[in-house]
Design a protein around this ligand. Structure first.
Ligand code: THU
Length: 134
């Protein structure tokens, strides 16, 4: 798969970040199995806990438009170090992804690493576990 388009979208959305408290811009782009891509940025809040990460902004945009499964998600934070998705975002990716959903962590269009969800969130708790209650 060519991830450049996904990374470019994440970079574009990074510029829309609302991060007046941390000044740390993050952009994300999600490819759903429909073939559509949704972008998102981090959106901070004076009540810090109400902050939404870029990954979740992009995922929730897609889900609220009727998308279902995540094929791949790219995230761009720092240009000098790889910015990995936080734990909450990994869990949200798990809700709508598969073990082999690709997570692309990019500094720029040339420098990126590709991980699977299983690598970043092994032995995760999912809806399958809910089905196994009792
Ligand atoms: N942030 C993201 O958008 N995604 C991540 O995976 C890590 C953290 C944002 C949240 C906050 O606005 C800023 O980065 C600093 O934590």
């Amino acid at each position: 798969m060519d991830y450049k388009n996904l990374i470019k979208t994440a970079m574009d959305y990074r510029e829309k970040a609302y991060c007046i408290y941390s000044n740390f811009k993050v952009g994300a782009a999600v490819l759903f199995d429909s073939g559509k891509i949704y972008g998102g940025c981090n959106i901070e809040n004076a009540s810090f806990g109400a902050t939404n990460c870029a990954e979740r902004t992009a995922i929730f945009k897609g889900i609220s438009e009727g998308e279902n499964n995540i094929t791949a998600i790219a995230v761009v934070g720092s240009f000098t170090d790889y910015t990995y998705p936080c734990g909450v975002c990994r869990q949200v990716i798990a809700e709508f992804g598969e073990k082999d959903t690709k997570i692309i962590i990019a500094k720029n269009l040339e420098e990126y690493v590709v991980k699977t969800l299983e690598e970043l969130l092994p032995s995760s708790f999912t809806k399958d576990d809910i089905d196994k209650k009792i």
